[in-house]
Every structure is written in structure tokens, then in C-alpha cells.
Design a protein around this ligand. Structure first.
Ligand code: MLT
Length: 266
């Protein structure tokens, strides 16, 4: 479904399934809400909201520069539209950066936060330089080469070999994203704030889903974050890269359900 919102977000698209306490699934880069298609059918007993971030799926892009805080506002807009006053947010990678920004801006709404291959930290200087290079490559017409090189690296080596058609599907979906949208996301991620300290003060539980073969978020860095909150659920996946929702969906459904039941004390 979709609706017309403000000038900033002219058209907002999201999916809504089920009934019960709310979980919002935020996709990462370079994807749209369909990234969670193996997950939402399994989250029985919950209302599942799955947005398409601006410029992806059915949502219009923003005019001008995008920030992670704007993505948090985008999520808040949907919750307001749905009259939702409490939610658990599960964010994949860029979606997790958004969840952390949401926690800062709208803390009273959150009953819990699942960081799926994500971190509350900011980019270091090396990562920022790398992002600037990629933005230059895309501006110079190199989107296809970038996507074809980047997307396979999101998966573990064994998954790439065994499930090459799933990797190819994700590549073709990513290629549909316009240059400007990819650049906007990269700019937003590059400029995002460090929310590590803020998370320490949050009163809700945090789940950390970590792939041992994640090339985007290395294991050591992910583990360092995983004791940040007062209550931490840590799920460490063997033979998994950055994409557990595609690589190990059954396990992720079980772990998210367990976490949601805890957050809502079901
Ligand atoms: C993502 O999966 O959302 C991105 O790869 C994260 C990033 O580039 O930092």
C-alpha cells in the first residue's frame, strides 16, 4: 500500500501483514522491502510493516540530499499514518543505521531493536573515502559494474557457489535502483552519526544478528557492539555473510520471533 505524505516524502510505499504487536523490517542497501520476502510470512502473531525506503520499490525518491535521520522520519511517518505507538524495529545494515537514528529521535516508541548485520557506529575515514570513490564511479556511469561486483560479496562464499540464481536475482533487483537513489543512500551512510554511546542509555533490548563470514561488517567489529545495550540477544550465524534473510531465513525467523516474544513478553 502507499499514501501521499509531505513534500519531503511525496509517495510512501510499504507492506502490512498480520495482526498483533508491531515489528518494522527495514531493508539495507542496495535493495527494497522485498529483501524481507522470506521473513515476513514466518512472523506469525505480529503486525509486520515493511517499507520501501525513498526511491526504492513503490516509494518516490527525495529531492536533494538524503540523511539517515530523514530515513528515521520516513519510518515515523508510516507509524503515525498507521496509528502505531509502539514497535520493534529490525534493520538490516543501512536499515539498522536508520533504527539507531530512530532510537535517538523517537525513543519512547521502541520496544526493542534488532540489528541485522548492522552497527550503531559511524563510517571511519577509510570507509568514507571508499564511498566517495563509489559515488564518483556511479556518477560516471559505472552503476552496473559496481552492483555486479558489490552484490555477490554480500553473501558467504559457499552461498555464492550453491545459490548463484539467488545472487543473480539480487543483482538484477539492485540494478533497477536509479543512480541518484544509490548515491543518496551512500551519501546518507557516509555522513551518519555515531550512535554507540546513545545506545548504551536505551531502555529496550537489542538483538545482534551477526554473520561469521560478513565481509561488510567484520566479525570482530560486530562482536564489539554486541554487549552495548543493557539486554543483548546475540545470534552468531556460521556459514553466513551479510544476508541472513536470504542465506538462513528459517533461522532468522526463529531468532526474530524469539526476540519479539521477549520484547512484548508474550
Ligand atoms: C547495506 O547492506 O545496507 C550496506 O552494504 C551497508 C553499508 O554499505 O555500510
Amino acid at each position: 500500500m502507499f499514501y501521499t505524505s509531505t513534500d519531503v516524502f511525496p509517495k510512501i510505499a510499504y507492506r502490512k501483514y498480520g495482526e498483533g504487536p508491531v515489528v518494522v523490517l527495514l531493508h539495507g542497501f542496495p535493495a527494497d522491502g522485498n529483501l524481507w520476502e522470506n521473513i515476513w510470512p514466518g512472523l506469525q502473531g505480529f503486525t509486520v510493516i515493511v517499507p520501501d525506503f525513498p526511491g526504492t520499490g513503490g516509494s518516490d525518491g527525495v529531492k536533494g540530499e538524503l540523511t539517515i535521520e530523514m530515513l528515521a522520519d520516513f519510518v515515523y511517518d508510516i507509524l503515525q499514518h498507521e496509528n502505531i505507538v509502539e514497535a520493534v524495529i529490525a534493520g538490516h545494515s543501512m536499515g539498522g543505521y536508520t533504527a539507531a537514528a530512530f532510537a535517538v529521535k523517537y525513543p519512547t516508541i521502541l520496544k526493542g531493536m534488532a540489528m541485522v548485520h548492522s552497527t550503531a557506529g559511524a563510517d571511519d575515514d577509510e570507509k568514507k573515502e571508499q564511498r566517495k570513490k563509489v559515488i564518483g564511479i556511479i556518477r560516471n556511469g559505472g552503476k552496473e559494474a559496481f552492483i555486479r561486483q558489490m552484490v555477490p560479496g554480500l553473501f558467504s562464499a559457499s552461498f555464492q557457489l550453491k545459490y548463484s540464481s539467488d545472487v543473480a536475482l539480487q543483482i538484477s533487483r539492485s540494478l533497477e535502483l536509479p543512480d541518484e537513489v544509490l548515491i543518496n543512500f551512500y551519501t546518507a551512510m557516509m555522513n551518519r552519526c555515531d550512535h554507540t554511546n546513545v545506545l548504551k542509555d536505551m531502555r529496550f533490548p537489542v538483538q545482534w544478528v551477526i554473520g561469521k563470514e560478513d565481509a561488510i561488517l567484520p566479525l570482530g567489529k560486530a562482536l564489539k557492539q554486541s554487549s552495548l545495550a543493557d539486554i543483548n540477544f546475540v545470534n552468531l550465524y556460521k556459514n553466513c555473510g551479510h544476508m541472513s534473510m536470504m542465506e538462513q531465513p528459517g533461522q532468522l525467523v526463529r531468532d526474530l520471533t524469539h526476540f519479539l516474544e521477549y520484547c512484548y513478553r508474550k
